[in-house]
Ligand binder design. Structure first.
Ligand code: ATP
Ligand code: MG
Length: 439
């Protein structure tokens, strides 16, 4: 990743004074504003920096910092904003919507804000209900509930038609809250806007309950999600301990990245095995999961398996089905695993009490916990500062615990995964005492 890769696009020169000037006028200094030439370093250890070889300070990769700018591209008095949420549900969506509206309305004085309904379908006339007006009173209490007040959807929409609609409605800034697919869509919209020579800003707040979007630090809602998943693991523990040869399988989110499985298992030390997509395993054989499970049940009387939904996909026939957005639908590994466990115990005439826990939709639908609410609020505020200053085709994130702007393409190029050689997986191994390899 080079300095060039991290350059964020801007719609043009910022000419309007920020109304926040008044807001911070009492301060002795104006340090509150982000200097337009300041940068956040990507590498935070000397070793990382040295790995880049012989480069000068001017070439060191860095992020554009988030935060309020002294000068704005958009005049708040005449700016119209649209907000859309797309993809799967995740805790904190309503917190982000609320904070976007409050920051725009209360601090920037942008009063013309609409919420497009049901994802990108809402940007296509006739494909979803009409947009709704978003005001501070409307958003005041929305974060008490999970989900998204705007609704969501999947499925491809015509980018040209969406941009036509933004123009027809006079929208100057579009905020997109969504996952990798939504961000690809946001980039496509920003490209079309540029192609037509328009001045519409597109700023994303990345959402991923799996925490699989790179560079942004931890994603909002992730902490709430794994805390909720940990409750199911605890319940599984209680269940299996009360049974004879109890085995609990807890399926948690994680199609390609096992972060929820790792963190939820670490939260209470209640898991005996954590299975994630990044670390392949086999069922049969001396080192295979079934033998290791039998051993654990014999030693401790019970066992809990935390299964990320994308784990073990190589052990079952590949599914060819896709969802409306073209994402592959995963095969049903958890069912296969349970059948194999049951068969294995039956073949040995050993008793088994098998319990299955699938907290998936509960995890997605809960409201954000206070820590995530704070995070959502601050991400949304950073997104507003960026958009009002004319940034576009970017997302906000918090790499290295600093709010920063990232070009959309940098976060959609690849996906973040648990590193099987990294310290997180090592912590999981230490906590579960599962074998380093089950192959
Ligand atoms: P999650 O991963 O949580 O489900 P997501 O944002 O990845 O969230 P998707 O259903 O994959 O969810 O995508 C959301 C929306 O983005 C869909 O309407 C999809 O059609 C659209 N989209 C995805 N990729 C593109 C693209 N390259 N151009 C335009 N639209 C896109
Ligand atoms: Mg996705």
């Amino acid at each position: 990743m080079t300095l060039q890769d991290l350059q964020v696009r801007t719609l043009g020169e910022a000419r309007f004074d920020s109304p926040l000037a008044e807001y911070v006028a009492d301060r002795a200094t104006n340090a509150y504003y982000v200097a337009e030439d300041d940068r956040v370093l990507v590498d935070d250890t000397i070793t990382l920096l040295q790995r880049r070889g012989d480069i000068t300070l001017a070439e060191v990769p860095s992020y554009e910092p988030g935060g309020p700018r002294r000068k704005l591209f958009f005049d708040p008095a005449t700016t119209k904003v649209g907000i859309v949420t797309c993809g799967g549900l995740c805790p904190g969506l309503n917190d982000v919507i609320r904070a976007l509206v409050l920051e725009l309305f209360e601090h920037y004085g942008v009063t013309d804000i609409i919420g497009f309904r049901n994802g990108y379908a809402g940007l296509v006339p006739g494909a979803a209900p009409d947009p709704i007006e978003l005001t501070p009173s409307f958003v005041k209490t929305i974060a008490e509930r999970g989900g998204t007040v705007l609704g969501s959807s999947r499925g491809n929409q015509d980018v040209g038609v969406m941009v036509d609609n933004l123009v027809a409605r006079g929208v100057d800034i579009l905020f997109v809250i969504g996952g990798d697919g939504s961000m690809r869509g946001a980039h496509a919209i920003a490209e079309e806007v540029t192609h037509r020579g328009l001045e519409i800003g597109v700023v994303g707040v990345p959402k991923t309950i799996d925490n699989d979007i790179p560079l942004i630090g931890t994603s909002f809602g992730f902490q709430t999600a794994y805390a909720k998943a940990a409750e199911s693991i605890k319940a599984a523990r209680v269940e299996v301990e009360a049974a004879i040869n109890g085995v609990g399988v807890v399926k948690v989110m994680g199609r390609h990245a096992g972060f929820v499985a790792c963190y939820s298992a670490l939260a209470n030390h209640d898991a005996d095995f954590v299975l994630i997509p990044e670390v392949p395993f086999t069922l049969e054989g001396e080192n295979g999961l079934l033998a290791q499970l039998r051993k654990r049940v014999r030693e401790r009387g019970s066992a809990v398996i935390v299964l990320a939904e994308g784990a073990g996909q190589d052990l079952i026939p590949a599914s060819r089905r896709t969802d409306a957005s073209g994402n592959q639908i995963l095969g049903h590994f958890s069912g296969f695993l349970r059948a194999q466990i049951a068969r294995d115990f039956r073949n040995r005439d050993e008793p088994l009490t098998l319990r299955h826990f699938d907290p998936g939709y509960i995890i997605r639908s809960v409201p954000a916990d206070p820590a995530d609410s704070v995070y959502c609020t601050r991400l949304a505020q950073a997104a507003v500062h960026a958009a009002m200053a004319g940034r576009t085709d970017m997302v906000v994130g918090r790499p290295r615990h600093r709010f920063a702007h990232l070009p959309i393409q940098e976060v959609t190029k690849r996906s973040q995964r648990v590193n099987p050689d990294g310290d997180l997986w090592l912590s999981v191994m230490e906590s579960t005492a599962q074998p380093i390899t089950m192959r």
